[in-house]
Write a protein that binds this ligand. Structure first.
Ligand code: BGC
Length: 384
């Protein structure tokens, strides 16, 4: 009789515990996202001014970019309820972007995105040696690559930021003075467009990309394993256990690399597959079906909790899908003090294939004097 009387008490305790748990999740989801304080980015490095710039379109979408490494710090997209959601991982202050081991959050990557085997390549019979900064290989342009340089910045108007950088002959081991221009444009159809351009005075290799980590459920809001992803690729580039492509291209059909139809990122990531083991998850270059002078659809990703969708278009022949396998939550805390554990963000780095300078069968990454490197990538957002 007594225990029967206690039942309503237990029930109400259980209901209120459920309610507060739900409130906990809701608090996370309805977290107020804001662009970090600009004052935390104002400084002078090597005689060059650093700032945080904000782009805003007519739909009130906002993008914050610093000219330190040309890094995308925040992208505020309207969620279903119209409230802004910050869909990129990043830091509140410049000082953290400069710390050792920082995982290239939001960065422009150059002179060569991804790996060059053993940091060696030859051009016209002459050998070049790059700094080795990733096991036995060279990664992302070297320790002082474009991600760690101060770019000259000119905010043209509310929606356009132009960045330029001269990478001098011999910098990080690469030949030729390379003049690089990158224009970030926020359009009224909620797209962040990145136009890259470069010229050189000696034959060199160039492979530029952007290393933004996305979480379409909102940064700091769990991992990305529930996101769905479509990749417009019939083939990918298998890698060895140092993440250098073997040189062969493999069909995605019947493998965990088949994203031709939207698939949950986490559905197959832990499968017994040699390539997933080599990459510690997805860390592979996908060969895009369509490449041209105008940007073609490369990928579509959707956050399962927000319904925020991102379409990626590019002129590049490949996209590196990196599922944030090396994030470990032990590095520096992100915006608002949040911790970014493993797979709390993913990258879609549009690019030529890794190690192309040593793989003559891959599309060439050589740039000669008189030629112009041009590349465009568009990240477009919408909410269902
Ligand atoms: C690479 C990963 C690497 C990461 C660095 C990605 O582009 O493919 O292997 O660990 O960048 O943050």
């Amino acid at each position: 009789m007594r225990s029967f009387l206690l039942l309503p008490v237990f029930l109400s305790l259980w209901i209120s515990a459920k309610a507060s748990l739900a409130a906990g999740t809701d608090t996370l989801k309805t977290k107020t996202y804001m662009i970090p304080d600009k004052a935390n980015f104002d400084t002078t490095l090597n005689g060059k001014a650093v700032h945080l710039f904000t782009l805003e379109n007519k739909k009130h979408m906002q993008v914050a970019i610093t000219n330190y490494g040309g890094r995308v710090v925040s992208i505020l997209v309207s969620g279903k309820d119209g409230k802004p959601v910050d869909v990129v991982l990043g830091y509140d202050k410049l000082a953290t972007y400069r710390k050792k081991g920082e995982p290239y959050f939001g960065a422009l990557i150059g002179r060569y995105g991804n790996r060059i085997a053993k940091g060696k390549f030859t051009i016209d019979g002459k050998g070049y040696n790059l700094a080795i900064n990733n096991g036995v290989n060279a990664l992302h342009g070297g320790p002082a690559g474009f991600h760690a340089q101060v770019w000259d910045a000119r905010q043209v108007n509310k929606t356009t930021l132009q960045l330029s950088y001269r990478s001098v002959d011999g910098e990080e081991g690469y030949p030729g003075n390379l003049d690089v221009k990158v224009t970030y444009t926020l359009t009224d159809d909620n797209a962040l467009r990145i136009d890259y351009q470069a010229t050189t005075d000696k034959t060199t290799v160039v492979n530029l990309t952007n290393h933004t980590y996305f979480n379409l459920n909102g940064e700091g809001n769990g991992n990305i394993l529930g996101h769905t992803l479509m990749l417009n690729a019939d083939k990918f580039a298998p890698v060895d256990n140092t993440l250098i492509p073997t040189g062969q291209l493999a069909g995605v059909s019947g493998t965990p690399f088949d994203f031709r139809k939207s698939f949950r990122i986490g559905a197959r990531i832990k499968g017994d597959d040699e390539q997933l083991k080599n990459g510690k998850g997805y860390d592979h270059n996908f060969i895009l079906r369509k490449t041209g002078k105008k940007p073609e659809l490369a990928a579509v990703a959707e956050g399962d909790k927000t319904g925020i969708t991102m379409n990626v278009y590019t002129t590049e022949p490949g996209v590196q899908f990196y599922s944030g396998n090396f994030l470990n939550g032990r590095a520096y805390n992100g915006k608002g003090g949040v911790n970014y554990p493993i797979r709390s963000g993913f990258c879609l780095e549009t690019q030529h294939f890794p190690d192309s300078p040593n793989k003559p069968q891959f599309p060439s990454t050589e740039l000669k004097p008189g030629g112009t490197y041009k590349s465009t990538t568009i990240y477009q957002f919408s909410a269902k």
